[in-house]
Design a protein around this ligand. Structure first.
Ligand SMILES: *Cc1c(COP(=O)(O)O)cnc(C)c1O
Length: 407
């Protein structure tokens, strides 16, 4: 009998289809190993990873210092639960709070859990500090958002695939057009506790809001006594060339929601980071997580924060990002319709008459570049921040070749 493990690409793809729910439609690439910006498949082919785990792999695959931190911790202590304090906890929270310029950290595991945490904290702050009448709290969000997959979070999604047949939906959210400050202003009233926004909308296709949008949200939130909650799960931690995408407008939200790269591509680590006046509303027993803030997560997370504190990754993303955007923009008119993004993060709209995003992803994979489509004819590129200038040039050349072959 053949075990699933021993299969080559076609068999392994089939076996994965046979034994799993079909909630994803993966490219037929079966990855067996990785190093830095590169992965290799079960047949020994190599690919440049231009998705980087949806930005969970900002530091590349198996970054030596992250792997060393994980190994060292695995040999000492892996889990205590928050019923006790462990020796990795304070340093992780202190260093992350300092990176964010905030007072307090509430560690969770996945991004969706951190968003749920931010929603609960915002509501509790609304009732206990702002004085919103019981059960009336509202949170303003943007159309095209992606904040995760829980029942509450999909309740305010505008993507039919994410929502349909998963109701009844959680009330308490108002959706306004992304980038529209007047709509946001109109949606805020005395019941509003928070504005929850992605500073750049990742899953929507790397949508950058108009200049001044984040500054405008900051001003409105201050004027109306509303919390600005920035979901920087994908946009944060170096991806856009700054530590946070909010930094591009020198805007500081009340709450940062972090995840993905916070776990260094090793373990799931997420967190909400805020001031005393916000996170301080929680009392023992009101919120928690069995695995949140576990020793392994904290050891890796502390090393992630240390890497970010050097500024090296933000610098690389800014410099190489300019190169990526220049190269991609040069393909405009040759099958590329528009290029958006900041730093090493690009949403590339392809001419739908020429090629779909899916077909482009498949043909790129055949040429050794892994990327992911979104919304029909948009390609997303987000290579690890350890990628080199030559690798970027090569990857964009492969996209150019795919488009030429499609014409
Ligand atoms: C990925 C993502 C999430 C959800 O994170 P999970 O770890 O998949 O739950 C939330 N918000 C944004 C902006 C994301 O990109």
């Amino acid at each position: 009998m053949t075990t699933v493990e021993s299969l080559r690409t076609p068999g392994a793809v089939e076996a994965a289809e046979r034994w799993t729910a079909h909630n994803y439609h993966p490219l037929p690439v079966v990855i067996a190993g990785a190093d830095g910006a590169w992965v290799n498949d079960v047949d020994g082919r190599r690919y440049l990873d231009c998705l980087a785990g949806y930005s969970a792999l900002n530091f590349g695959h198996r970054h030596p210092s992250l792997i060393a931190a994980a190994h060292a911790q695995l040999d000492r202590l892996t889990l205590t639960s928050r019923a006790f304090v462990h020796d990795q906890f304070a340093e992780f929270c202190r260093s992350l709070a300092e990176l964010c310029g905030k007072d307090m950290v509430l560690p969770m595991n996945t991004g969706a859990e951190a968003v749920e945490t931010a929603i609960k904290v915002s509501r509790a702050w609304g009732y206990r500090v702002k004085g919103v009448p019981a059960e009336r709290a509202s949170i303003v969000v943007a159309a095209g958002n992606f904040h995760g997959r829980t029942t509450t979070i999909i309740s305010f999604s505008t993507d039919p695939d994410a929502r349909a047949d998963f109701g009844p939906y959680t009330p308490g959210f108002r959706v306004v057009a992304y980038g529209d400050l007047d709509a946001l202003d109109a949606a805020i009233d005395d019941t509003t506790v928070a504005v929850l926004i992605e500073p750049i909308q990742g899953e929507a296709g790397v949508v950058v809001p108009p200049a001044g949008y984040l500054t405008g949200i900051r001003r409105l939130c201050t004027e109306r006594n509303v919390l600005f909650v920035a979901d920087e799960i994908q946009s944060g931690l170096g991806r856009t060339g700054r530590t946070f995408a909010c930094d591009h407008e020198n805007v500081v939200p009340e709450m940062y929601v972090l995840g993905k790269a916070l776990g260094g591509g090793v373990v799931p680590v997420s967190a909400v980071v805020a001031g005393h006046e916000v996170l301080g509303v929680l009392k023992p027993g009101e919120h928690g997580s069995t695995f949140g803030g576990n020793p392994l997560a904290c050891a890796v997370g502390t090393e992630v924060v240390r890497l970010l504190a050097t500024g090296e990754f933000q610098r690389r993303s800014a410099e190489l990002g300019e190169r990526l955007h220049a190269r991609l923009t040069a393909l405009t008119g040759q099958g590329v319709v528009a290029v958006r993004g900041r730093g090493l993060w690009a949403g590339v709209d392809l001419d739908p008459a020429l090629i779909s995003g899916r077909a482009a992803s498949e043909r790129l994979a055949a040429k050794g570049v892994l990327a992911k489509d979104t919304h029909g004819s948009t390609l997303r590129l987000a290579p690890p921040l350890v990628v080199t200038a030559e690798e970027i040039d090569w990857a964009v050349a492969q996209l150019g070749a795919v488009l030429t072959e499609a014409r």
